[in-house]
Design a protein around this ligand. Structure first.
Ligand SMILES: C[S@@+](CC[C@H](N)C(=O)[O-])C[C@H]1O[C@@H](n2cnc3c(N)ncnc32)[C@H](O)[C@@H]1O
Length: 477
């Protein structure tokens, strides 16, 4: 069914785009030299323009490199003002790889041997994300037509820059300093090895295999395109993430253990809030020749100024934990994530004796408590939502005392949090020094995987630290 990796490598080696890909792999040091980075960026920008033309994409958005210590790589930006609800980009469905369980498979005409083989020959049906990953391997190998060959080569990330842990070897996974996320990544690798041993050969030491590359691209760039449909839509996959706009003011913590279920995420600054979303358009909403078809559209959620980055929310209003962000997208929101959680084992006796919210309010003081409620301290917000809490109902008046049982709960949870902190092999301060200032930006540019791992553990340590401080104060009651 699937061609051997050697066959695939041969094909990659024989195509000009494959050669470009391989050159990126083997000449990493050279590629980091300023002029070759500029050349590479220019080639990427040229590919964006010419491929968008070839695919009859309607857009005035430009592709640009995003900045900052945790630069998101490439991203889309406006070149003129846009009004709320205006379509920012319209990609014909015919250019995308769409797996619709009602309407069938649709992709540009080409052989797509691995995708077709995956659809037809498996005894157990393969899930959509694996099938689309096979399509990307086809695309890269030149078996999905010229457009997808160039798109995979020029506009998808190179394997050695992928920051999803499922693409990392054990030594790199150890840098996350979190056993659970490393174990989940290894489980993912085992699954791929079980399905496609011939595609799992690493491309070089410390570089993932083609199927890891393809699957990571699907996980981080494909999306649900209907009730039972999934799509890899070129160009739309270039939109970066920002928090979902909130419909109203966020509710505060409270409501006992698992209060996260009702949690409203924190209020991020306006520039960290998504200004766009995507949708599958009804037929005939395009203009001109393109009107005959169906589209995937990116549209504005608010008025957007020229030069603003166009972002969508990957996580929706409820948000994702940092573990999920990292596993699925290879980054974590920097500066706190109210939807993150400390992993705690809540034995029945701990659930039966939750922490008293009013006591916590008195311990924290009104200022900090408000910061947790309104999300201006997302770490504190997330820490509180991770704890079993009960609203005693009498407010945070001075002198309220905690029950002995709830103090025992705090002590037991504190032990768990301290054990997680102790499992870290570097200090928060040392990690922050690595990522601070221009040094952090340089690390992100030179070694995005290391920067992503350090950011993950910084955010986790900050949250654990906040949870420990709260529990310590409570346990002293
Ligand atoms: C859908 S792609 C977006 C385009 C991508 N930035 C690129 O260079 O091709 C998703 C990937 O972009 C990066 N990304 C998106 N939003 C980000 C953010 N807010 N912070 C850091 N990285 C982000 C992550 O690497 C993620 O896996």
């Amino acid at each position: 069914m699937l061609q051997s990796l050697q066959g695939l490598k041969n094909r990659l080696g024989s195509s000009p785009h494959g050669r470009a890909q391989r050159r990126r792999l083997v000449c990493r040091a050279a590629a980091q030299a300023a002029d070759s980075v500029t050349d590479e960026l220019l080639a990427v920008l040229e590919a964006y323009t010419s491929l968008a033309d070839a695919a009859r994409v309607e857009t005035s958005l430009e592709l640009r490199r995003t900045g900052g210590a945790l630069g998101a790589g490439l991203g889309l930006a406006t070149t003129r003002p846009h009004a709320k609800n205006e379509v920012l980009m319209r990609v014909p469905r015919s250019a995308a790889i769409v797996l619709d369980y009602d309407r069938g498979l649709s992709m540009p005409p080409a052989r797509w041997p691995r995708l077709r083989g995956g659809v037809s020959s498996s005894t157990d049906p393969l899930p959509w994300d694996i099938l689309i990953a096979l399509a990307l391997v086809d695309g890269l190998a030149g078996d999905g037509g010229e457009f997808w060959s160039r798109y995979c080569d020029a506009l998808l990330p190179a394997p050695e820059r992928l920051t999803l842990p499922m693409c990392w070897e054990p030594q790199r996974l150890a840098h996350l300093q979190h056993r659970d996320i490393a174990a989940a990544a290894e489980a993912q690798q085992d699954r791929l090895m079980g399905l496609f041993p011939e595609l799992m050969e690493p491309l070089a030491p410390d570089v993932p295999s083609w199927i890891q590359w393809a699957f990571a691209c699907v996980r981080s760039r494909a999306f649900r395109a209907g009730p039972d449909a999934f799509a890899f839509v070129p160009f739309l996959d270039l939109a970066n993430h920002a928090d979902a706009p909130q419909a109203g003011p966020p509710p505060g913590p409270g409501g006992g253990a698992g209060a996260g279920a009702q949690a409203g995420p924190s209020v991020p600054p306006a520039n960290h809030v998504a200004n766009a979303d995507f949708r599958a358009s009804p037929p005939s909403s395009g203009s001109g020749e393109a009107a005959a078809g169906e589209y995937f559209e990116l549209y504005a959620l608010r008025d957007i100024e020229p030069g603003e980055e166009v972002t969508i929310s990957y996580a929706g209003p409820k948000g994702y934990t940092n573990q999920r962000f990292m596993a699925q997208y290879g980054f974590v929101p920097v500066g706190g994530n109210a939807a993150d959680r400390v992993q705690l084992e809540l034995a029945p006796e701990l659930q039966a004796a939750p922490l008293d919210l009013a006591v916590l309010q008195a311990l924290l003081g009104d200022g900090l408590f408000l910061a947790a409620l309104n999300g201006s301290d997302p770490y504190l917000n997330a820490a509180l939502r991770s704890l079993p809490l009960a609203d005693g109902g009498s407010g945070g008046e001075e002198g309220r005392t905690a029950s002995a049982a709830s103090v025992r709960t705090a002590q037991a949870l504190l032990e768990q949090v301290e054990a997680q902190i102790a499992a870290g092999t570097t200090t928060l301060e040392a990690d922050e020094a690595l990522m601070g200032g221009p040094q952090g930006a340089a690390l992100a540019a030179a070694d995005p995987r290391q920067a992503a791992a350090v950011s993950y553990r910084i955010e986790r340590k900050r949250l654990l630290g906040k949870a420990a401080a709260v529990l310590r104060a409570y346990a002293r009651q």
